[in-house]
Design a protein around this ligand. Sequence first.
Ligand SMILES: [Fe+2]
Length: 193
Amino acid sequence: MSLIDKAVAALTPPESERERRRARREAQDIAAAGSWFAMILDHHEQIEAAFDALEKAGSAAQRRAAQKWLAIILTGHSIAEEAVIYPAMASHSEKAGAEMAYQEQSAAKGEVAALEELDPLSEDYRDKLAHIRGAVAHHMYEEESRRFPKLQERADAATRARLRRRYEEEFKRYVGGDTQAGVMKAAQEARSH
Ligand SMILES: [Fe+2]
């Protein structure tokens, strides 16, 4: 871990795992079934599953495959939020929160790309992965506990319906409609590089 990584990690607000789980449950309670918010919560869970798979992967090849899928789902999810959800936050609920969210996601993209340059079995790789996971977990906590409940409350029914349609459209444009097929394709791509 570089000195800068350590400094950033030290600054990350330390909400506990328990607080994160509580925020997730409360968000699931208020997100209407089939809504934009429910779809995002589902994708947040899939991102956590992708981190789990990467942490559990034993060999370098398995790590590269799991890392590829993590990068794809994180990028697809963040592109859809950046194209659809954060602009809506800026116009309906909170501009400062939207700007912060963009910054957090661009930092995460940089860190995920940096993983590609590290030996997947090295300690540096494990440190960077843990740092990325912590930063992404905090980002999701902010969205689930504050930013998105506020947007859901402020947006009218027509806006909420548009967010649902547009978020899904942008996510699928990058990730595709079938995430299981996406996992397999990512593994194939990782093998051929
Ligand atoms: Fe998100």
